[in-house]
Design a protein. Structure first.
Lengths: 362, 173
């Protein structure tokens, strides 16, 4: 096949693809805030962050300030004109508008700005958590880690990196600890509403120099050294890797800027020694100074740089069909199909621009 | 002056304090240069390192990174196999307190540290490269073992105020 010149490069591909305009257009970003983030269920925090009577925890969803308050063990969530602290105890909610909220999937506090949600959290997630439900719902969990990152990239590029697994080639740790037949047979499993989960395999931690097998500690009903991933539309990720559980929550700040909040979890009943082990295992891969997270963030920052506003639109191919196994792009295709439905646009041409192919056809 | 009193003079508390201060600054220079070997030379074999922070968001003391000397040496040796942001870090350190134990065998110190990151690249490298950005602020809480008048790190807790760490790093702070 001859090398593609610039004209060929921009031609509409004959396989599944999306346009990079999905990642860098301000009008699309505003539509996403209005039609996606203001409508969906958002896992805003974990109950263990606000477990005492009177505790509160705040966040921002679709530019709206939101506060979750623990009143005698019952969590209620309110819209809040202004709030000056991320957390505390004692918050006057009188006169505030209450939002729909639920405690679900391992003790996460879920809320939605939608005044009339048509689905419960269970219906919204529609089975995506089933693969890890026995592990995260059998015992109370507790957050032990929190940090955040503001990255010059589109929020979907972060979700993409949790959805496509070929970026695993970027991680030396994954190349030595995971690339075996079992890894390549992992399945991407789509669920309604754009969610996907990725089936497990056994990670060989000891293959990385200086690391040891981690089978000594796991989660309830989870065999040792397993690794499950739940990618929840539109940008929430839940990652169960052996002895530690992690969640990522995105808050889009612009077409090319995102706040990502990272949490790490153990079991509330952990002994001090068990907790230290979980923290160490969590940090070694997923901490801000860990082996993989830094590499992932460098990757998406680079994508954000090359696809920032003002760059020439290009086609991003989603054409890998490999029986839904680990590098099959079925998860990406599934996500962008849901995304397009929410916005009423084609991800391949989200701005509805006339393409050269269309013009030629006329 | 006989040799014994000379030793006493060399190992006086003030002298030990000066040596500890010098060791902290040597560590900053070695770390700024990513000269891990020189940093490890300043550390006793029992050395333990951690990066910690307190999160008001979850109301918890947190450990972001930790390891003993053997683990740290292993992690640094593996760095060439990883993808790392090589934007240099510059540590501005001021030693605030040094407390030498009564028997002169151990000491503890607290230093302020401000770490800047000098950008190699950015969202627009034409604009961003060469810019220095504040990376983290915090304090070094150090412990030393003193043998023959030579202080060596046995513990460093880098307690940072940041919970926003953006891309993070593969390097000790």
């Amino acid at each position: 096949m001859p090398p593609r010149n610039h004209k060929n490069w921009l031609k509409v591909p004959k396989i599944e693809h999306i346009s990079s305009a999905c990642y860098n257009n301000h009008s699309i970003y505003e539509q996403e805030i209005e039609h996606i983030f203001a409508k969906v269920w958002v896992p805003m925090c974990h109950f263990s962050e606000m477990s005492n009577d009177g505790d509160y925890r705040s966040t921002q969803i679709a530019h709206q300030n939101v506060v979750a308050v623990n009143t005698k063990g019952i969590v209620k969530v309110f819209l809040c004109p202004s709030i000056d602290r991320p957390a505390g105890n004692g918050f006057d909610t009188s006169g505030l508008k209450e939002l729909h909220s639920e405690l679900k999937h391992g003790g996460m506090v879920w809320t939605t700005l939608d005044p009339n949600p048509t689905q419960s959290v269970e219906e919204w997630t529609c089975g995506a958590f089933d693969c890890i439900a026995d592990a995260i719902d059998s015992e109370d969990m507790e957050v032990f880690h929190y940090h955040k990152a503001v990255i010059d990239t589109n929020y979907k590029l972060w979700h993409d990196t949790n959805s496509e697994f070929y970026h695993d080639f970027m991680h030396y740790f994954n190349r030595v600890s995971g690339f075996n037949d079992e890894y390549f047979a992992r399945k991407n499993i789509p669920f309604d509403n754009g969610h996907v989960n990725v089936s497990s395999f056994t990670v060989n931690y000891e293959e990385y120099d200086g690391f040891e097998d981690r089978g000594e500690l796991s989660f309830p009903n989870l065999p040792p050294n397993q690794w499950y991933m739940v990618d929840l539309f539109p940008g929430f990720n839940f990652n169960l890797r052996g002895s530690a559980y992690r969640s990522d929550t995105v808050t889009p700040l612009g077409p090319n800027k995102v706040l990502i909040e990272f949490r790490g979890y153990g079991l509330k009943k952990d002994t001090p020694e068990e907790r230290q082990t979980r923290i160490k295992h969590h940090n070694s891969i997923w901490g801000p100074f860990g082996r993989n997270l830094h590499e992932d963030l460098i990757g998406v920052a680079g994508q954000g740089t090359t696809m920032r506003e003002g760059t020439e639109a290009r086609n991003i191919l989603h054409g890998r069909h490999e029986n839904s196994t680990i590098h099959d792009e079925v998860g990406m295709r599934h996500y962008y199909e849901a995304w397009g439905k929410f916005l009423g646009v084609s991800p391949a041409n989200p701005l509805g621009l006339a393409t050269d192919d269309m013009i030629a056809a006329e | 002056m006989d040799s014994e009193s000379n030793d006493m003079e060399n190992n006086s508390s003030a002298d030990i304090e000066r040596k500890i201060e010098k060791t902290i600054y040597q560590a900053a220079l070695a770390l700024d240069k990513n000269n891990w070997a020189d940093w490890f030379k300043l550390c006793d074999d029992s050395f333990f390192y951690s990066i910690t922070s307190f999160s008001p968001e979850i109301s918890k003391d947190m450990t972001y990174f930790s390891g003993d000397k053997k683990e740290l040496i292993g992690l640094m040796e593996m760095l060439p196999k990883h993808n790392t942001d090589h934007s240099p870090l510059h540590r501005h350190t001021s030693v605030y307190t040094i407390d030498v134990s009564d028997d002169g065998k151990t000491a503890e110190s607290v230093s302020s540290v401000v770490i800047y990151q000098n950008m190699l690249d950015g969202i627009n490298s034409h604009l961003d490269s060469g810019e220095s950005r504040l990376f983290v602020i915090g304090k070094y809480h150090d412990k030393f073992l003193i043998n023959d008048g030579v202080p060596k790190f046995i513990n460093r807790e880098t307690k940072i105020d940041n919970r926003r760490l953006d891309k993070g790093s593969h390097w000790p702070l």
